[in-house]
Write a protein that binds this ligand. Structure first.
Ligand code: PSU
Ligand code: MN
Length: 304
């Protein structure tokens, strides 16, 4: 039996069928340094509330699935060391063994489905890594989007990845990729990738209707809602690309592999940009939280 602990505000929201937005915890434990990780997690939760929804940050603590973290739990997680990074493959084992872990996009989608939550906001999904033709490194986030009915609001896939291959795999898997208010697929720190997104929508209401339609049709899987970083916070592609290339070369030289790759690259890019990449990451995740709240409100209205 899964032991699920709902935060007090999530209990109240569920009782009144109010809109809820799921949030992940790997971005807190592996994606950002302390103390900005805790500050950002709190700001993102506040953004969701300001948008008329209730935030539910997911994590596994001592073998229990937490749907929503109380303030002290969130703070403890943000400072904890050696927290597992949970994806589809190890989520159940962590619960069964009484472990503690942070949820990636894939694991947060699974947790959201268990809690009946339709919308989830993050920074950027995982995808096909550069050099995947030899490393075979492809994030489990992609297959999760193909099978778990949650709309994920992200600033595209992280630009450390091979974005053309990521889009190809999403198409193969039948995942709707919706650019918000733009034709281009966004590239995390940059607004544009030079790649056209398969779908474009202008409003939260449209995105909500498409989400509900998929469910009505009995199609498994969710949607990737690709929301570009706000202009003021953007790092142009020409500026970030050489830094990404350098971080990738260092990862290769040091033999970084598996789950460690993405945290290593994000950490190095933070150092090489002297913190600017983190400012951009914070701005984009907050922007995604605001849109996710709007979508959650629209889905709740459609479901009446
Ligand atoms: N978005 C961010 N920072 C992050 C992540 C997303 O702004 O650190 C995390 C998510 O948890 C995502 C993970 O699932 O990075 C991807 O890891 P991997 O490439 O190992 O699948
Ligand atoms: Mn990987």
């Amino acid at each position: 039996m899964i032991d699920i602990v709902y935060a007090a505000e999530v209990v109240a929201a569920r009782a009144e069928a109010r809109p809820i937005v799921a949030l992940e915890s790997t971005i807190i434990t592996h994606g950002m340094p302390w103390p900005q990780n805790a500050q950002t997690a709190r700001a993102v939760e506040a953004d969701v509330r300001a948008g008329g929804a209730v935030p539910a940050t997911m994590a596994v603590i001592g073998g229990r699935l937490h749907v929503g973290l109380e303030a002290a739990e969130l703070d403890a997680l943000a400072q904890a060391r050696d927290v597992a990074k949970l994806s589809r493959a190890d989520f159940a084992a962590c619960l069964a063994q009484g472990g503690t872990g942070a949820t990636t996009v894939a694991a947060t989608m699974i947790a959201a489905r268990l809690a009946g939550i339709a919308v989830f906001a993050t920074g950027g999904i995982g995808g096909v890594h550069r050099g995947a033709e030899s490393s075979f490194d492809m994030s489990a986030d992609l297959h999760e989007l193909a099978q778990t009915p949650v709309s994920v609001v992200a600033a595209g896939a992280k630009a450390i990845l091979d974005l053309p291959k990521t889009l190809e795999v999403l198409e193969t898997l039948g995942v709707p990729v919706i650019a918000v208010g733009e034709d281009e697929f966004p590239a995390f720190w940059s607004r544009g990738s030079g790649l056209r997104a398969p779908l474009r929508m202008e409003s939260a209401a449209e995105i909500a209707r498409a989400h509900v339609m998929r469910g009505d049709m009995g199609l498994p899987g969710g949607q990737l809602v690709a929301n570009p970083v706000p202009r003021a916070a953007e790092i142009p592609r020409a500026e970030i690309e050489p830094i990404i290339a350098r971080a990738l070369a260092e990862a290769e030289a040091q033999g970084v592999a598996g789950k460690a790759v993405t945290p290593f690259l994000l950490g190095r890019i933070f150092e090489l940009t002297e913190g600017r990449s983190l400012e951009t990451n914070i701005a984009l995740v907050r922007n995604n939280a605001r849109l996710a709240a709007e979508i959650a409100v629209e889905i709740a209205a459609l479901r009446g």
